[in-house]
Design a protein around this ligand. Structure first.
Ligand SMILES: Nc1nc2c(ncn2[C@@H]2O[C@H](COP(=O)(O)OP(=O)(O)OP(=O)(O)O)[C@@H](O)[C@H]2O)c(=O)[nH]1
Ligand SMILES: [Mg+2]
Length: 232
């Protein structure tokens, strides 16, 4: 009799743990219903945000807080779009606060000034792609190469291959740091397969590139909208 009672109690306990885990996982998944716009200051995040959310072009100033708006997708689902400040001193605190909501990330690059900014862009993107939350949840990333209306803008294709080259250099530096006594091995993350040249396609997260433009006359956000619809 006592044996039966014991088995019954254990079964109930297991059932409770199982149901709680399912509820926890379901809530966690459902809490990630946002798209985050991130990137360096002046890259074009707020301009892209107002176009995606309100279909309008506005003159912007450096953001000091987030912008938030719902966007409705083709399947009538709604996601929340967040535009986070790119300003150096604010960037990481907003990232840490909002990253847990990310269903997807749009990393915005100023394609016009890309060549003069390539190291900073690559360093920042590398950091985000190493983020344990991004990696463990395999958050899809769109790299939006904006300002394509400018004739001197670099295309997404060129930007992608230049970033792969930069990532090789960043990786070599990091691997070098592993060999020194000053390198804290646990904090040094190496993206991709260090035995071969870096390719975005080697990452477990899906990484896409899109050319886009937000100015009225030559607005082109088709690739961005398609990507958002594809991950929803
Ligand atoms: N030509 C062109 N200019 C753009 C485009 N998108 C943004 N800009 C300009 O780029 C500048 C910076 O744009 P913002 O949207 O404010 O940049 P941001 O990334 O939000 O910057 P922070 O708020 O500082 O992080 C502004 O002068 C915009 O008008 C574009 O598609 N084409
Ligand atoms: Mg802004």
């Amino acid at each position: 009799m006592e044996g039966n009672y014991f088995i019954f109690s254990i079964s109930i306990a297991v059932l409770i743990v199982l149901i709680s885990s399912i509820i926890f996982l379901f809530r966690r998944k459902n809490s990630r219903q946002s798209i985050l716009l991130i990137g360096l200051s002046e890259s074009g995040k707020t301009t892209l945000f107002t176009q995606l959310a309100y279909n309008s072009f506005v003159s912007t100033v450096t953001s000091i807080k987030e912008n938030e708006a719902p966007i409705t997708l083709k399947n009538n689902k709604t996601l929340v779009l967040f535009d986070l400040p790119g300003f150096d001193r604010l960037r990481s605190q907003y990232w840490e606060k909002f990253k847990f909501r990310a269903k997807g990330i749009i990393f915005v690059i100023d394609s016009l000034n890309f060549m003069s900014n390539v190291h900073n862009v690559a360093d920042l993107l590398y950091q985000y792609l190493c983020d344990s939350f991004v990696v463990s949840n395999r958050i899809p990333v769109l790299i939006a190469c904006t300002k394509q209306d400018e004739t001197r803008a670099k295309s997404a294709k060129v930007i992608s291959s230049m970033l792969e080259k930069e990532f090789n250099i960043i990786r070599e530096t990091r691997i070098g740091a592993l060999g020194t006594t000053s390198g804290d091995e646990s904090s040094i993350q190496i993206l991709g397969d260090p035995e071969s040249l870096f390719k975005f396609s080697d990452l477990r997260n899906s990484i896409d590139f899109a050319d886009c433009s937000c100015v009225k006359e030559q607005k082109n956000l088709d690739n961005v909208f398609s990507w958002i619809n594809s991950i929803a």
